[in-house]
Design a protein around this ligand. Sequence first.
Ligand SMILES: [Zn+2]
Length: 241
Amino acid sequence: MYKIDLHTHSVRSPDGRMTKKHYQRIFEEGILDAIAITDHNAISYALEMQSVFGPKIIVGEEVDVRLGNLASKLNTNHNPAEKYEIVGLFLQNQIPPGSDLIGAIDAIHKQHGLVYIPHPNIRQRNGVPFEVLKHPEVLPSIDILEGFNARSLFWTKTNLRGMTFAREYELPYACSSDAHGFNELGSTYTIVNRLPTRSNLLKLLTNAQYAKEPVKPWKFLNPKFNVLSKKLESIKKTIFA
Ligand SMILES: [Zn+2]
C-alpha cells in the first residue's frame, strides 16, 4: 500500500515551510510514499526535489486563475474577475497565474498534466464553485477532485460535499492535507496500491482508500506563522547585512 498526498506546499510558497530535510524524513520515516509539491504559482522547488528524490515527488502547482468568459455562460450571477485556485499535477512547465480557468486547464492538459480541483466550492479558500465545475466546458476536463481537504476546518459541511459531488459525477477523487508545514502531514492522505505515475494515477484512484483527519487547530495557523517568520527573517537579514 502506498500513502500519497496530492496537495502540499514547500518553502517556495510564501506561506510554506517544507524543505529538503523534511522530504527526506517523509520517505525515511514512511510518513508518505509519494508527495505532490503544489506551490502557489511555482514549480521550481518541486522540480528541484524531484531531481533529488525521483518519482516519489510529483511536480505540481496551485495556480491562481480567473473565471473569465465563462461567467457570462453561467445561470447564476458570476463575475469574470472571480479568483479561483486549481492544481496542475505532473507538470514540466509553470502555468502562468492570472489566466482564465479554461485557459489554465488547457495549458495543464497541453503539457500532459492532470487537472486537480482543490477545496471545491469553498469560496473562502478560492475553491471553484460546484455550478462552475458542472458546466459542460469544465466538467469533462476535471481529472481529479479533492474529496476532502484537511485544512478546510471551518467549512466541514462543504468539505464533505466534495466527495459526494465526485461520486455523483463519477470523478476520481483524493483526500489531501494541503500541508504548509511538516507537522501537518500524515493524517489525511490517499492510499493506492502502486507508486503513482502520470499514466496510472487515475486508474489507481478508482480503487483507492482514504485517511481523512482534519488538521489540528494549532497547526492550522502554520501558513500565517510561516509568512510572519519569513518576514522577520528577511528584516533580520537587512539589518545585519
Ligand atoms: Zn494549497
